[in-house]
Design a protein around this ligand. Structure first.
Ligand SMILES: NC(=O)c1ccc[n+]([C@@H]2O[C@H](COP(=O)([O-])OP(=O)(O)OC[C@H]3O[C@@H](n4cnc5c(N)ncnc54)[C@H](O)[C@@H]3O)[C@@H](O)[C@H]2O)c1
Length: 276
């Protein structure tokens, strides 16, 4: 028996990267997944490969009706909604603050924040009726500490963490849990800056980023899928309102091997005495 037997999920951004890995994991554990993504070819290809346990719906998470339709499609197909993984994302506006236009601001927030808001908004009434559910939102380490990503991306991810907490408090009354995952550097199309799977660029990222991580490798989409699976399953039944960092130890601080030699060398403690 799988860990998600009869669990029905919507996964936004489910056609690629972390969403794809999560979709595969959910199905392998007995779940059903509605893949909601803009990438029609990749989404259909994945759904066909996974058979009756998955379906694809072309979805733009920045459009409220699209998100509502994705939730309704999952319920029409499989009769319920246990999990929504609000995960679709992109890098958003780049560059200095004075160069960012209002259009770029809106586009960034529409996908990264409004998309999550729409997912929670339309999943909640169904989960409230059921008296159960797990909502998982993809934030980022950029939402916790500055300097890891562009301005608006970081702002949107911080807001996703805040929205996770506020909605967790409201929905806890109905036994619905809301959690965020905060990936560190994870090898996906988004991270290598190119849509689609470019394996050379991914290998290059694996090589370049490994040295800066406490655990000496970069993240893989499966590392995130493992956390999302846990948060979707009953194993996390008493966990809500949290931002779960999955980053190879990056946010804990400087890797041990990069800390000053004097910290790392075994030296007897120097005892200082006050003069008598
Ligand atoms: N890869 C990382 O290092 C990293 C780190 C922190 C957070 N994240 C977050 O993880 C999430 C998944 O990204 P990924 O790294 O797997 O990248 P990815 O590019 O492989 O996957 C993102 C998916 O989201 C879809 N998408 C983008 N905009 C959409 C929209 N408006 N409507 C519907 N679908 C849309 C894309 O088509 C794609 O399939 C994102 O929210 C991203 O911000 C990634």
């Amino acid at each position: 028996m799988g860990r998600l037997e009869n669990n029905v999920a919507v996964v936004t951004g489910g056609a690629s990267g972390i969403g794809e890995a999560t979709t595969r994991r959910f199905v392998a554990e007995g779940g059903k997944v509605l893949i909601a993504d803009m990438q029609v070819d990749l989404g259909n290809q994945l759904a066909n490969e996974l058979g009756d346990s998955a379906a694809f719906l072309e979805t733009n998470v920045a459009d409220e009706t699209n998100v509502q339709d994705a939730v309704a499609d999952a319920v029409d197909r499989w009769g319920r909604l246990d999990t929504i993984f609000n995960n679709a994302g992109f890098g958003g506006a780049l560059g200095p603050i004075s160069d960012i236009s209002v259009e770029e601001y809106d586009m960034t927030m529409d996908v990264l924040l409004k998309g999550v808001f729409f997912g929670i908004k339309h999943a909640a009434p169904i989960m409230i009726k059921q008296g159960s559910g797990s909502i998982i939102n993809t934030a980022s380490i950029c939402g916790i500490e500055s300097g890891f990503g562009p301005h608006l991306y970081s702002v949107a991810k911080a807001a996703v963490i805040a929205l996770t907490q506020t909605t967790a408090l409201e929905l806890a009354e109905h036994d619905i849990r809301v959690n965020a995952v905060c990936p560190g550097f994870t090898v996906t199309a988004l991270a290598v800056g190119k849509p689609g799977a470019d394996e050379d660029r991914k290998d290059d990222m694996r090589e370049r980023a490994a040295g800066s991580q406490p655990l000496q490798r970069v993240g893989e989409a499966d590392d995130l899928a493992n956390m999302v699976l846990f948060l979707a399953s009953d194993e996390s039944a008493w966990i809500t309102g949290q931002a779960h960092v999955v980053d190879g130890g990056l946010m804990a601080g400087k890797p041990w091997r990069k800390q000053p030699k004097s910290f790392r060398e075994p030296n007897p403690i120097k005892i200082y005495r006050l003069p008598d």
